[in-house]
Unconditional design. Structure first.
Length: 306
């Protein structure tokens, strides 16, 4: 284990009876990094996070947070992290303000100027009792308490569930601020645009297995860029070019085309197009969604467990 890592997961496996929920999960989080942990509901994200938090014991493998064993040192570790689950349940008879203060006290933190600023930013009426809150407002209570805490690690499991788009943006800005302060963030989500905006590194989980990990830039070679081009000369042989796919011509002279191209042949393609005298060119780089759909398509498997 590298002691400089905030979080290190190696060969993590978790079985529930005969069901293998997690299969040799490897994750690493360094100081000041945001790790986007993505996959649909049921892929194993929450099970992984609960193991990192020491709430459930791994069947095998090693999970260390701040260099400590996640299961054996759970109490010590929890003093240095803030956690927000996707489904927040609060004491029904307490107000939002009382709950924020209680959550901070339990974490050995205090209500501070940042707490007040966050309450204002998220436009939360803290005088109302929790039982009157919508799911989004319950989420705000947990987020305000977590973001108020001054700790080195923040773990968010589907944190924007129930929030409106404006509050999602506020959350994204807060994560950017944490990163600027050198804090580490593990962000579990199935919202691809959310992870793409904030994540330094990305790990994709499917049916309890990490199927791809790295920075988005590192993984873009696995997807295809979209190209729209107009040339002076005919591109009639475009379909025969290596790494070019889904060619659609927009005119009868084969001078306007839209297609996808493998990233590793982009330089050769530009040479080919240049020889045909480019008039206009638009290249759209691959997105996280492209990579995600490469593995998932439109369906998930029945044996995926949350």
């Amino acid at each position: 284990m590298n002691q400089s890592n905030i979080l290190e997961v190696r060969g993590l496996q978790k079985n529930f009876g005969k069901v293998q929920a997690l299969k040799r999960i490897d994750l690493t989080l360094k100081p000041g990094e945001v790790l986007g942990f993505i996959g649909p509901n049921g892929a194993g994200k929450s099970t992984t996070i609960r193991t990192i938090l020491g709430l459930i014991k791994a069947s095998s493998g090693e999970v260390r947070v701040f260099g400590e064993d996640a299961w054996q040192s759970a109490v010590k570790i929890h003093q240095q992290l803030a956690y927000v689950p996707g489904d927040v349940y609060l004491w029904p008879n307490l107000t939002g303000g009382q709950t924020i203060d209680l959550l901070l006290k339990l974490a050995k933190q205090t209500h501070n100027a940042k707490t007040d600023a966050l309450i204002k930013l998220f436009a939360l009426d803290t005088s109302k009792k929790n039982r009157t809150y919508s799911k989004g407002n319950r989420q705000k209570v947990a987020l305000i308490a977590a973001l108020s805490a001054d700790v080195p690690l923040y773990i968010f499991d589907e944190p924007t569930s129930g929030l409106d788009p404006l509050n999602e943006v506020i959350f994204q800005e807060q994560v950017a601020d944490l990163k600027a302060q050198g804090k580490s963030v593990l962000l579990s989500s199935h919202i691809l645009s959310e992870v793409e905006k904030m994540g330094d590194k990305i790990a994709i989980i499917r049916a309890g297995e990490i199927i791809e990990s790295g920075s988005l830039l590192e993984m873009q070679h696995l997807t295809r860029s979209q190209v729209a081009v107009t040339t002076e000369m005919s591109l009639v042989d475009l379909k025969q070019q290596t790494g070019v796919h889904q060619v659609k011509f927009k005119d009868e002279h084969y001078r306007q085309a839209a297609f996808s191209v493998d990233s590793e042949v982009m330089q050769d393609l530009m040479t080919y197009l240049g020889a045909h005298r480019i008039q206009s060119l638009k290249v759209t780089p691959p997105t996280l969604e492209d990579l995600f759909l490469r593995y998932y398509g439109t369906e998930t498997t029945q044996d995926e467990v949350r």
